[in-house]
Design a protein around this ligand. Structure first.
Ligand code: G6P
Ligand code: BGC
Length: 939
């Protein structure tokens, strides 16, 4: 045992009055009057050897503790647990809790950590009438709880109490999956049964009312639920009453016994059984052993038997018995009465420890037992009572500290600030209990800041709250599912999209049908992918994605060297006169050439121009329409090479030689094709979306010639502009489309690409707020602003949480930890002036997931049509092909690529598709196309 000097520093009770003074006068060496560990002891004490008390071998009254230690002091010391020991107990309890949480070890665990399936605390919107039945020690209490849902969170309660006769408590179980009875209950036929069913059957038998049993809960959960009602959520509760127990909101994925993997779930710790495997043996005193042996369940609920009020009176009785037997107390009196079980009630113990009345109460209680106590006896009995109750408080605090540290760790917080609801007669009946609880918790879990909230009729009203919350959540879930259902496309929906895409492709390729097809299938005049013989030095422009870039690309025998510069194109220029746009481009080229010392060179130029163009040759491309927020005037219908050259003349830049215009999909395919000859598809999922692939010339009705293949720029972003996708568009999609500068156009792109997903999410969030399903229905003015929720938020919000079972092992993005991920979501929402609760964050994440998953699946449906067509074109049973892919959404989103690839495999099972991410953008591809074009002309 630790030396007294190392004992815990605890605030001393403000005043213990007469009794305390008396005890200090007796011996400075004694533990503090309330039996708590104390930091420093009197001078005489310091010289005394540390007590070497071993509880296991210990026989009362036979210790060799040195001359200064009286039997009373020894008893008090035995009941005093030093801080180091409490720390050790905390460590063991943490282990026990982990054992209870883990699926593997749960069956053997003493601390069972039972999932409650309560995943939410009240938010004040709950309303309705709820009947609560509470099974108490000696009575049944019924409450009629009315919640108004007005946000002010004070329920109206009507209560009626019915006595519970002893023969019912111990009789057959019909009148009330119970694991075991405790606290004096032992109805037969109930353990192992579903209590809800038993109760519902009993209600139905009465045929009086229609009462549906919605929730069954432990009293701790009720306490937590009512303490939540005071404005801030309460996430921990503990009961220190007849028995003891606690519950807290755990990270759901750690509650392995439940299937939930996201969010939080309240866990009922059932910590009363802590120590049933012997882990508490070093703190158990012989008095505790006697109490246990005389109880109805020896060896069980060892922790509860140190803390619960059902046992404290008994512990005191055993201390008194042994001191009386050693002739230390009640000398000359007949002490036989002390051998009778329960002659001393905990209520009396609590009265005796009272500062003011305590001594008188002690005398009265002891007199009533015929013990004829002296003043000194009364004083000692008071000390013993205090020690027993204080130890209970300190152990309770140890349990609380364990929970808090566990929460803090699993939420990955440096500091946990949390409200703790507390109930039970010990806490209510003895102020010092709360003080000890608070201070010892602070010492054992200094990283946590717990505010203890006394529960007012917690257990009863709490059950009403649980029921209300359960019903609220169920109703909310139904509404959320209803709202999101149109965005959740079934396999059949996707197969239909695939078939429609295939049909539109055929229409786009056909000479007669091309004009009316929504998928334009534009010829690119690129007839082969790179073969490795390309050489030379080229300029490249890359316009149409997030960045406008100018590049110089040097293609050598076995390497490609690229230097590039990113330039900004302001919205005013994107949407102003076309001349200004092309003048700006020329200025950027001149700046680049100057920086790269290329002013004197006339280099062939490849132009990645990522908009739909009707190409009349490799170097002639008529702009069909702007997309992605561009709308520069005077360009549509014009050859962009011509527009560029005219601007060069205006700027007197005479050395511009455009040899090829390519779409970014084509640039990407070529760029990836340089590394993988199997790459015959280019895919972009970025600001916009599109794909290109190598089609058989004989199928391209819009270009003469039957031999070989040509790369077709599908322009699939416009798929659906003819109405063929109308039934999959949701109201949210229509709202987003309406607000764009090209309403009615690029409808497929608006379901998939980065420019629009954030907007779709924003509209859904607004709808959820309006339906009171999010942010408690509080209006969100900032969220009304167009584009305030960019698609990159989806990538951040959807970073996998530690508990997510998405099976990709984090391969597709950084796997965030739960705490971090949650903080990121909350930070994003906070920037939008949205105060998100934990559940709000979860819902926002669900919305993002729904929208991005739909995008990935639609993309897969499009791509499935492409690969299947290529396979059929080539008459193959199985096609192996590589897709060169680029775009910020594809690259940055943590799940997009995985969802895309997975669904593609489902929809096109006969194709083995490899995805190759382009690393250098499509500028490199444009240069390669230019190189092929120059091959014949170069010396
Ligand atoms: C590549 C190309 C760009 C293209 C972009 C698409 O990097 O070089 O021309 O437009 O991918 O991605 P983004 O997300 O920028 O639209
Ligand atoms: C354009 C395509 C382009 C795609 C990806 C679409 O808006 O129409 O030409 O390939 O975006 O950048």
């Amino acid at each position: 045992m630790a030396s007294p000097e190392r004992r815990a520093a605890l605030p001393k009770p403000a005043q213990y009055g007469r009794a305390a003074r008396a005890s200090r006068e007796q011996s400075p060496a004694a533990p503090s009057s309330d039996g708590l560990p104390r930091r420093s002891l009197g001078a005489e004490e310091r010289g005394r050897p540390a007590l070497n008390w071993s509880p296991v071998n210990h026989q009362l009254g036979h210790r060799n503790d040195g001359p200064a230690c009286t039997p009373v002091q020894r008893a008090l010391l035995a009941l005093t647990i030093p801080l180091e020991t409490l720390q050790a107990v905390k460590g063991r309890m943490l282990q026990a809790m982990r054992k209870g949480l883990s699926r593997e070890t749960h069956a053997q665990a003493n601390v069972q950590m039972l999932p409650t399936y309560i995943c939410s605390t009240p938010d004040g919107t709950e309303k309705g009438d709820f009947l609560v039945v509470e099974l108490c020690q000696s009575h049944v209490r019924t409450l009629w709880v009315t919640l108004l849902g007005d946000g002010n969170q004070s329920p109206q309660v009507k209560c009626k109490i019915f006595d519970m006769p002893g023969d019912i408590m111990q009789g057959k179980g019909e009148a009330a999956e119970l694991i075991s009875w405790s606290k004096g209950f032992s109805c037969s036929d109930v353990e192992g049964k579903d209590v809800v069913q038993l109760l519902q059957a009993a209600i139905d038998k009465q045929e009086l009312y229609h009462v549906e049993v919605v929730a069954l809960m432990n009293d701790t959960v009720g306490t937590m639920m009512t303490c939540s009602m005071r404005g801030q959520p309460c996430e921990v509760a503990l009961i220190a009453g007849a028995g003891t127990n606690s519950c807290f909101m755990a990270e759901a994925q750690q509650v392995e016994m439940a299937e939930e993997t996201s969010g939080r779930m309240c866990v009922n710790t059932e910590w009363g059984c802590f120590g049933d495997d012997g882990t508490l043996s070093d703190i158990l005193t012989p008095y505790d052993q006697y109490v246990d042996q005389e109880s109805s369940n020896p060896g069980e609920k060892r922790f509860e038997k140190l803390v619960g009020s059902l046992y404290l009176g008994e512990i005191v009785r055993h201390v008194l018995t042994s001191l009386a037997a050693g002739k230390v107390l009640f000398i000359g009196s007949n002490v036989a009465v002390l051998r009778t079980k329960d002659v001393l009630k905990t209520q009396q113990v609590l009265e005796i420890i009272d500062t003011e009345e305590g001594m008188a109460k002690a005398r009265a209680a002891l007199d009533a037992l015929g013990l004829r106590p002296s003043e000194r006896d009364c004083c000692r009995v008071q000390q013993i009572c205090r020690a027993v109750v204080s130890r209970a408080a300190a152990l309770c605090a140890t349990g609380l500290a364990t929970i808090l540290s566990h929460m803090c760790q699993s939420r990955e917080l440096e500091r946990l600030v949390v409200n703790v609801g507390v109930d039970g007669e010990l806490y209510r009946g003895y102020t010092r209990f709360g003080e000890i609880l608070q201070s010892v918790t602070g010492l054992l879990a200094p990283e946590c800041m717990a505010s203890l909230l006394p529960s007012v009729d917690g257990t009863g009203q709490g059950a009403g709250m649980v029921t209300a919350v359960t019903l609220r959540l169920a109703a909310q879930r139904r509404e959320v599912d209803q709202l999101l259902a149109p965005l959740r496309l079934s396999r059949a929906d996707l197969e239909r999209v695939q078939a429609l895409m295939r049909r539109e492709m055929e229409l786009g390729l056909g000479c007669q049908t091309n004009a009316n097809a929504s998928v334009r299938m534009l010829p690119t005049y690129v007839r082969s992918t790179p073969d490795g013989t390309e050489r030379g030095e080229f300029l490249a422009l890359d316009l149409g994605g997030t960045n406008f870039r100018v590049l110089v690309v040097r293609v050598a025998q076995d390497s490609i060297h690229i230097a590039s510069e990113v330039y900004v194109i302001p919205t005013t220029i994107m949407q102003g006169p076309g001349e200004a746009l092309f003048d700006h481009i020329i200025e950027c080229i001149m700046d680049f050439q100057l920086k790269q010392d290329l002013m004197e060179h006339v280099l062939p130029l490849g132009f990645t121009f990522s908009f739909p163009c009707q190409q009349l040759g490799l170097d002639k491309a008529v702009l069909l329409s702007w997309t992605k927020g561009f709308s520069a005037t005077g360009c549509v219908g014009q050859d962009v090479v011509q527009l560029l050259q005219e601007a060069a003349q205006r700027k007197q830049h005479l050395g511009l030689k455009v040899v090829a215009v390519v779409n970014d999909t084509v640039g990407t395919m070529m760029s990836c094709g340089y590394d993988d000859p199997n790459c015959e598809i280019g895919l972009i999922v970025g600001t916009g979306t599109n794909a290109c692939y190598m089609e058989e010339m004989k199928n391209v009705g819009t270009v003469k010639g039957e031999q070989g293949r040509m790369c077709i720029n599908m322009e699939w972003g416009a798929f659906g502009d003819n109405g063929c996708l109308d039934d999959i568009f949701t109201d949210f999609d229509r709202l987003v489309d309406k607000k764009t500068i090209n309403a009615g156009k690029q409808r497929f792109e608006k379901l998939i690409s980065g420019m629009y997903l954030g907007e779709i999410v924003r509209h859904i969030l607004l709808a959820l707020v309006e339906k009171q399903l999010l942010f408690r229905g509080k209006p969100c003015p900032k969220l009304q602003t167009k584009d305030i929720f960019p698609t990159k938020f989806l990538s951040t919000i959807e970073i996998p949480w530690a508990g997510d079972g998405d099976g990709d092992g984090g391969a597709n993005g950084a796997r965030g930890s739960d705490g971090l991920a949650l903080r990121q979501v909350q930070a994003i929402l906070q920037d939008l002036e949205l105060q998100a609760s934990f559940e709000d964050s979860m819902l926002v994440r669900e919305v993002c997931q729904t929208v991005s998953t739909r995008a990935a699946h639609l993309c897969a449906a499009g791509l499935a049509a492409v690969v299947e067509k290529m396979r059929e074109n080539r008459g193959l049973a199985q096609l192996a092909v590589t897709v060169g892919v680029d775009g910020t959404l594809y690259k940055m989103h943590p799940h997009f690529s995985q969802h895309l690839q997975h669904m593609l495999q489902e929809l096109a099972p006969n194709c083995t598709v490899t995805f190759l991410q382009s690393e250098d953008g499509s500028g490199k591809g444009a240069a390669l196309v230019a190189a092929v074009a120059c091959r014949g002309t170069k010396p």
